[in-house]
Every structure is written in structure tokens, then in C-alpha cells.
Ligand binder design. Structure first.
Ligand SMILES: *Cc1c(COP(=O)(O)O)cnc(C)c1O
Length: 390
């Protein structure tokens, strides 16, 4: 099949994606095609991408160390700002060490490929992020998928696998699931991992900075942070910058430095980015972070209360992600388009990001949204959904 006909197929089934161009910073409002729209699909949950201290740290370190790192970490690209941030991240998660990666995608691929291999078994939640799925493939370990959040089904799989056990076992899960905004049943997974002698890896891309009293993520929120063996998190969402990390034991970090291909064979993060992430982390762990998290929760309520009152039930979760179910791709994208016309930028989500038939509008909340803007957005969603259903 030609590339053109593949594109035509995507178009015909309502699955073709295209890029937009935003001008201006990731604030509550963003300029799209020259017009300000309420931004309801940014991962900049705490507004730190535009925080003056974060920007200042980025500028200062850039002036001092230059724009780029000049190499991979193992050659010339391992700078003070990388090491300093890694120490801060290890302290943040309460682990011996931490290691930076250039993105969450690169981290999941590198961690799973670097630490697991043939003879090992990875038990993975059915709704885990695509980067975990790809990391499982790269690792060559056997992968067993358990139905989303279903600890009973996972237990059955673990029992079935037991007689054949050879290598290492890992349970891997998103802490906050990116498309539904729900939490993994971490305490129950900890119970299973202890009973079956597995490791537990949590991808807290959406939980880091947002959940827990100190912003330490889903593990802190569910009171089991110290039972997680491999903490993966990103710097590009609530921390407002870019990049990712693994926090774990000295041995895992040292082995990844040697084995993780996405770490070894890639230019390291710009030093300014590392310094900016450190400044963001400082805000997240301080009183200001707590205030931003409270604001975020309040803002989530402002939107969900309007939706629920209007008969569009959205799941209750303490996360910034609000999934609004539609179903088929065409009405989902039509609703997204009509909302944009009214000044509300809410992404429609289709396969392969979510299973067929579960297309949705996915709204994400920021701490610096105004509650009345979110209420207005909720009313616009209700009206628009009623319109596309006709
Ligand atoms: C966003 C995300 C990633 C990828 O992180 P990037 O830094 O954007 O590459 C990985 N896992 C989950 C659960 C995510 O939501």
C-alpha cells in the first residue's frame, strides 16, 4: 500500500492526525491561529513552564554552560547541573540514586531494555503508556498483560507463571493513567509484589508534582512510596520543563548507565533544562507547591461539578485529567472542533491512543486556570456534546 493511500485510509476512518501551531507560552490562554483560546489540553499542570524562577534558572545556566550539553553523558555531556538534579530527584523520591533521561519515552524504553531481558517476565497493565509497551518489546522479556487495574486477574497470571519461574519478575504500571486520569491500585500491587517476590515499577509521569502532600506522586498519595523499586517520572509535565528520570537503587542506576541504549547513545539534556527542572522541583516541594496543588484540585472540581450536574458523568480522581466519553472518532473530533470555534481548546482522543469505541474529549486542568473559565468551558462542553449527538 502506498503512503498516500495509507493517509487516505486514516482520513476516511476519521483517524488522520495533523499538527497545530501555537504562538505564545503555555498559560491558561494560548494563541492559536492568532486567537486566544482557553488551553485545556496542556500537561503544564502547575503552571511551572512559565514560572519566573524556572525561566530564570534556565537562562542563568544557559549563559553559564551554553545552549547544548555537547555530548552524551558518558562522553563529554555530563555536567554539574545534571548531577545536581539527579541528587535532588533521588532525595525527592527517597532513593539511593536517580538517573536522567531525555524524555519519558526514552526513559521507559531504556529502563525496561536495560534492566530486563530474556528469561524475565514483565506483568504490565493493559492501559499502560505506549512507551512502556515499547520498552517491554525492546527488553525481550516475556510480557503478560493484565486487564486494567485488575489485581485479581494479575494474581491469577502470577500464579500461572510461578511453576516456570526462572528470571526476574516485574510489575509495571502507570501511577496515573494518562487517558483516564485514574490511579493504579498501588497498595494492592505492593501486596502482590511482596507475596510473589517481584519488583514494582511505577511510571508517575502525571503524578509527579501533582499528587501527595509533598508532590512526590501517586506513591506518596497512596502511602506506599518506599515500596516502589523503580520510580520513573517526567520533567515535562507538572515540572514544566522536559526530560525524565529513574529513581532507584545504586545498582539499577549504575547498570542503566552501562546498558540503557536510550541513555548511552543520546546527547544529554541541555544544562539549562536540568537547572530549570531543579528550580521547578524546589517549588513543588515548598509551600508554593502545596498551594498550587490545592488550587489544581479546586479547579478540577469547578469543571467536573458543571459536567456532572449536566448529566455527563466524569470519574472522580484527584488528578488533572478529566476524560469526557464520546465513543466514535468522528463526533469526538467534531465536538473538539466546535469547542475550539467557541474558544475552548480540548483535545479529542482516538485510536491508537485509546481502544476503538472509547474516543473521548480529554480535558486537563492547570492550577492557574480561573475557576469561572472552567465552569464556562463545562457549559460549552455540555451544549456541544448535545449538538453532535443530534
Ligand atoms: C507523557 C508520558 C510519558 C512520556 O513522557 P515524555 O517525557 O513526554 O516522553 C511516559 N509515560 C506516561 C504515563 C506519560 O503520560
Amino acid at each position: 500500500m502506498s503512503w498516500k493511500s495509507q493517509l487516505d485510509d486514516l482520513e476516511a476512518t476519521g483517524l488522520r492526525r495533523t499538527l497545530r501551531s501555537l504562538s505564545g507560552a503555555q498559560g491558561p490562554y494560548v494563541k492559536l491561529d492568532g486567537r486566544p483560546v482557553l488551553l485545556l489540553c496542556s500537561n503544564n499542570y502547575l503552571g511551572l513552564a512559565t514560572h519566573p524562577l524556572v525561566i530564570e534558572a534556565l537562562c542563568r545556566a544557559t549563559v553559564r554552560y551554553g545552549a547544548g550539553s555537547g555530548g552524551s553523558r558518558l562522553i563529554s555531556g555530563s555536567m554539574d547541573s545534571h548531577h545536581q538534579l539527579e541528587e535532588r530527584l533521588a532525595a525527592f523520591k527517597g532513593t539511593q540514586r536517580a538517573l536522567l533521561f531525555n524524555s519519558g519515552y526514552a526513559a521507559n524504553c531504556g529502563i525496561l531494555q536495560g534492566l530486563f531481558g530474556e528469561g524475565d517476565v514483565i506483568f504490565s497493565d493493559a492501559l499502560n503508556h505506549a512507551s512502556i509497551i515499547d520498552g517491554c518489546r525492546l527488553s525481550r522479556a516475556a510480557t503478560r498483560i493484565y486487564p486494567h487495574g485488575d489485581v485479581q486477574a494479575l494474581e491469577v497470571l502470577l500464579k500461572a507463571e510461578a511453576p516456570r519461574r526462572r528470571g526476574r519478575w516485574l510489575i509495571v504500571t502507570d501511577g496515573v493513567f494518562s487517558m483516564d486520569g485514574d490511579l493504579a491500585p498501588l497498595p494492592q500491587l505492593v501486596e502482590l509484589k511482596e507475596r510473589f517476590d517481584c519488583l514494582l515499577m511505577v511510571d508517575d509521569a502525571h503524578g509527579t508534582g501533582v499528587l501527595g502532600r509533598g508532590g512526590r506522586g501517586s506513591g506518596e498519595h497512596l502511602d506506599c512510596l518506599e515500596h516502589i523499586d523503580l520510580h520513573m517520572g517526567t520533567l515535562g509535565k507538572a515540572l514544566g520543563v522536559t526530560g525524565a528520570y529513574l529513581a532507584g537503587s545504586t545498582d539499577t542506576v549504575e547498570l542503566l548507565i552501562n546498558r540503557a541504549r536510550s541513555f548511552v547513545f543520546s546527547t544529554s539534556l541541555p544544562p539549562g533544562v536540568a537547572a530549570a527542572a531543579e528550580a521547578a522541583l524546589e517549588i513543588v516541594t515548598a509551600g508554593e507547591g502545596e498551594a498550587l496543588r490545592r488550587r489544581l484540585q479546586y479547579n478540577r472540581q469547578s469543571l467536573t461539578a458543571v459536567l456532572n450536574a449536566g448529566g455527563v458523568a466524569v470519574p472522580a480522581a484527584p488528578t488533572p485529567i478529566v476524560p469526557i466519553a464520546v465513543g466514535a472518532p468522528q463526533p469526538t473530533m467534531e465536538a473538539s472542533r466546535r469547542l475550539l470555534e467557541q474558544g475552548y481548546f480540548i483535545q479529542g482522543i482516538r485510536p491508537p491512543t485509546v481502544p476503538a469505541g472509547s474516543c473521548r474529549l480529554r480535558a486537563t486542568i492547570m492550577a492557574n486556570h480561573e475557576p469561572q473559565d472552567l465552569e464556562a468551558a463545562g457549559r460549552a462542553v455540555l451544549k456541544t456534546l448535545a449538538g453532535v449527538a443530534e
